[in-house]
Write a protein that binds this ligand. Sequence first.
Ligand SMILES: NC(=O)c1ccc[n+]([C@@H]2O[C@H](COP(=O)([O-])OP(=O)(O)OC[C@H]3O[C@@H](n4cnc5c(N)ncnc54)[C@H](OP(=O)(O)O)[C@@H]3O)[C@@H](O)[C@H]2O)c1
Length: 249
Amino acid sequence: MVHQPSHLFVGSGRLAKHLHHYFTLKQVPVLQWSRRQDTDREFRELANQAQWVWLLISDSEISPFIEAHPEIERHRWVHCSGCLVLPEITSLHPLMSFANELYPLDIYSRMLFVGEPGHPPLATVCPELDNPFRRLAPEDKARYHALCVAANNFSVLLWQTAAREFLKWGISWQELLPYLEVTMNNLATHPTTALTGPLSRGDWPTIERNQAALAGTPLAPVYDSFVKLFLLSQPQPKENTRGVIDANA
Ligand SMILES: NC(=O)c1ccc[n+]([C@@H]2O[C@H](COP(=O)([O-])OP(=O)(O)OC[C@H]3O[C@@H](n4cnc5c(N)ncnc54)[C@H](OP(=O)(O)O)[C@@H]3O)[C@@H](O)[C@H]2O)c1
């Protein structure tokens, strides 16, 4: 049986490509509109055919797009931004990193969708998807999204920075992979005990040597901040007699 599409996806960026792939794998029909190839008139025609209009576009463009289309009832819009809070607009943030390559069904099926109190849950918007779903108070969303960026994007930046430096000594990305894989696997399986290295050992002379080696580079303040983060995250700050960094500074 062919179902009438309930969903119109607006945009052709990374999230639009991934969600379209996911919905296709789950055999959920979707209409698509992109400003690259379709007219505003075509948008209005497609929007008339769909129940839900997903705005899979840059965060800063979401409100202007909604305001430009007052003919669409506000309860029919869905956005996927992790930090925007818009009155009456359903928010469904997929807690996932969508890069250029598509993923297997198992990855999409396990990703958490985060909504807001008073909004329709994922099960109402798309009953065919049985992803985990949670609600977050609007006032917590900015901090929630900042944590997503810090955990995901900052770790990618750190690895990219290290990889560029290693390459100068002829150490390839391929050679770094076991190190990355074990780090991620340890974190995935034992998140609270995954930390190794001088911080976990309380080896302050080595930390000082690391800091001296990075002095004057963009990584120096990053290293200092992580030492501070580590000290503040300890139940009782570790003894730091050498004054490497003062956690209360
Ligand atoms: N990528 C992720 O990992 C991720 C994860 C969770 C949530 N999100 C959310 O997903 C949404 C889209 O992010 P993305 O990563 O897919 O961004 P993206 O790859 O940069 O794509 C943005 C898309 O928005 C379109 N667009 C921008 N302004 C528009 C406008 N005024 N009218 C129509 N289309 C417009 C762009 O069209 P053109 O191609 O024509 O420029 C492009 O197709 C954002 O709300 C973001 O917060 C992203």
